[in-house]
Design a protein around this ligand. Structure first.
Ligand SMILES: Cc1cc2nc3c(=O)[nH]c(=O)nc-3n(C[C@H](O)[C@H](O)[C@H](O)COP(=O)(O)O)c2cc1C
Ligand SMILES: [Fe+2]
Ligand SMILES: [Fe+2]
Length: 399
């Protein structure tokens, strides 16, 4: 990356990765990404966030083009996921005098990321760091944006805040500032994808993070992926968008989606009977029966996370529940839906592992699991239909 001077003392010195198409195993990066890092040059030289381990050689050249690494006084780690901390070990080899600062949780993680016990200093909410020239940096804790360790670093003298993943995007253009973005439409698309993937599970924390951000005067937001956001360009709009995307959904009626897959229609049939049972108790409930194979995953992800209770239906195939149902479960925001009422059902042939496996998983995710689900061997009989109806009824009665 060409080094970009953001302000008199601040340089953007991160690395571009235009070709990556998937990050963190599951996050789409259609437009590549960048691993941003910032250098404040002055009486004290300070690095904020480092970079992905694969790009250290390029990164250290960027650092060297602004300052001799042996002259770095502090490395501030706002968040220690390895896309930011993965190069820290190598960096410290050429900057052994640098003191590493992070949140309390961040220092704990660093011990197991660098496999080195000491050498980190934990900073607290509101703590300041004197950087000389009458200037200081202030630390603001911002847990779960994206990990429990996350904090922001505020540079009042430059009206600038460093937010790591928060307000970032997996988007790669060589000029790192929003006013130079060539394809704004594409950027906004990537900003949304990134937000859903990284912050979808942490929406209440996003709203708190925004409040925190708005409590200081910050005209320039420096995230650690994608372009820097500036007042009068993308900053206001980006803040508005994530605020809108983080509002809790409200339903007038009880919303109870039933997600299922079915090879021959037997599990489908059970879904219908269970739904009738639910409606016999809550007449105006919005019970939506959805074949998981017929809807895009992001639509289903929204629905599995925003409901009053939900059910999963799967036949047993090869001693397992079917992959689309597992896939759907992987989108659950475990923090937000702790304690939600849920259960599972399905038709099976001989061994019937699907339902108990799903229930175990739901319990592991700390949901409130109802009974031991409902199962039927092969084709449901009239009695099974009644039992499925009754299962739906009992499920609804406890809501
Ligand atoms: C490829 C395949 C593998 C299966 N493996 C199992 C199994 O391991 N254990 C079991 O109990 N049933 C197994 N079954 C039987 C189905 O669970 C059973 O036919 C069920 O009634 C299908 O319900 P559905 O119409 O809702 O898909 C298998 C069926 C298929 C087609
Ligand atoms: Fe992260
Ligand atoms: Fe990140």
């Amino acid at each position: 990356m060409d080094v970009t001077r953001v302000s008199e003392n601040v340089y953007s010195i991160g690395v571009l990765n235009p070709n990556v198409r998937i990050s963190d195993v599951i996050v789409p990066t259609e437009c590549g990404t960048t691993y941003n890092s910032y250098l404040i040059k002055g009486e004290k030289n300070i690095l904020i966030d480092v970079t992905h381990p694969r790009f250290f050689d390029e990164y250290i050249e960027n650092v060297r083009s602004v300052v001799d690494p042996s002259k770095i006084d502090y490395v501030i780690m706002n968040h220690n996921e390895p896309d930011h901390s993965g190069s820290l070990e190598k960096l410290l080899e050429v900057a052994p005098q640098a003191q590493v600062l992070s949140s309390t949780a961040g220092c704990i993680y660093l011990r197991n990321i660098l496999n080195k016990k000491d050498g980190y200093r934990a900073v607290k909410e509101g703590e300041t760091l004197d950087i000389g020239g009458g200037k200081e940096l202030r630390f603001m804790m911002a847990p779960f944006l994206h990990w429990p360790d996350t904090m922001f670093t505020y540079f009042a003298a430059e009206k600038m805040i460093f937010t790591c993943d928060f307000l970032g995007a997996h988007y790669c253009e060589p000029r790192m500032i929003d006013k130079y973005i060539d394809n704004l439409g594409q950027y906004e698309k990537c900003f949304k994808t990134y937000f859903s993937a990284i912050f979808g599970p942490f929406k209440p924390y996003v709203l708190k993070g925004l409040e925190k951000l708005n409590s200081v005067e910050a005209d320039i937001v420096c995230p650690s992926h994608g372009p820097i956001l500036t007042k009068g360009n993308q900053l206001e709009r980006s803040k508005e968008l994530i605020k809108e995307w983080s509002q809790p959904e409200t339903h007038n009626k009880k919303y109870i989606p039933i997600f299922f897959c079915s090879a021959y229609g037997y599990t489908t049939h059970l879904a219908e009977k269970i739904s009738e049972g639910i409606k016999s108790v809550i007449a105006d409930a919005d019970v939506e029966i959805m074949n998981v194979n017929e809807h895009p995953l992001d639509e289903l992800a929204g629905k599995i996370n925003n409901n009053d209770a939900f059910l999963l239906g799967s036949p047993t195939i090869n001693k397992n529940a079917v992959p689309p149902i597992w896939n759907l479960l992987s989108t659950v925001d475990v923090i937000n839906i702790k304690g939600r009422h849920a259960s599972a059902f399905g038709s099976f042939g001989w061994s019937g592992e699907a339902v108990p496996m799903l229930l175990d998983q739901l319990k592991m995710m700390k949901l409130n699991v109802f009974e031991s689900g409902y199962t039927v061997r092969f084709v449901p009989t009239k009695e099974d239909d009644q039992a499925a109806f009754d299962f739906g009824k009992r499920f609804a009665q406890q809501l």
